[in-house]
Design a protein. Structure first.
Length: 223
């Protein structure tokens, strides 16, 4: 049985990163080798592993190759950040817009104010959680765990700008960006804090999927 840390470690890596680790597996422990092999089989990459071992150049990637791996990780991280924030908002917007032939404008506005513009936007957060959970179907790398970084930085910047512009105290500033405020008083939250909530919900969905599907399986003895 492999430890949770090993399983989560390998499940968070991209296919390319796993194949590179396969070429460098001489320095791994037996448990790590076994966990790596299981993850390769889970992704149907085990057929490629022997060929990788025969190419020593991959085990000692040069600076250009390592830079390309980093650029790929960064690009996928940015893409996942967009999906976790604007992608979720656009998904809800699409379904709301599609209903205009069947629902009156007044009814749509009541729905938006009650369920989307409401404090902490529960429908958007639940949608982000589901999309994060299902993201494994398209993305597999560790970049999925860090989509909250840019939204968090934007919230900090917006909060500091608002505090300086309004000469407000820290308590008032935090209340404006994180307090339970009704629409339209929560516009600052809708413009910045909401995207932090969505990215955190997306990451939580990724973590839930990893904990459910990548935990070690108990082998039951047969009679």
């Amino acid at each position: 049985m492999h430890s949770n840390s090993l399983l989560q470690h390998y499940s968070s890596k991209t296919d390319d990163e796993l194949l590179v680790l396969t070429a460098e597996q001489a320095g791994l422990t037996e448990d790590a080798k076994s966990a790596l092999a299981d993850e390769l089989r889970r992704r149907n990459l085990d057929e490629n592993a022997p060929a990788i071992r025969d190419v020593p150049a991959i085990a000692t990637l040069g600076p250009v190759e390592r830079a390309l791996v980093s650029v790929k990780w960064l690009g996928l991280w940015l893409l996942n950040t967009v999906v976790a924030t604007f992608g979720v908002a656009m998904t809800i917007g699409f379904f709301t817009y599609s209903s205009q032939q069947f629902v009156s404008r007044a009814a749509r506005m009541r729905f938006m104010v009650r369920f989307i513009y409401t404090p902490y936007s529960p429908i958007l957060i639940i949608t982000a959680l589901v999309i994060g959970y299902l993201s494994y179907k398209t993305f597999r790398g560790s970049y999925r765990y860090w989509v909250w970084v840019l939204p968090a930085a934007d919230v900090v910047r917006s909060l500091l700008d608002w505090q300086e512009s309004n000469q407000a105290s820290w308590s008032n500033s935090l209340s404006d960006f994180f307090g339970f405020l009704r629409y339209p008083e929560n516009r600052d939250q809708l413009d910045s804090t909401l995207f932090l909530y969505l990215s955190l919900a997306y990451t939580l969905g990724v973590l839930v999927h990893a904990s459910v599907h990548d935990r070690p399986k108990t082998i039951r003895p047969t009679a």
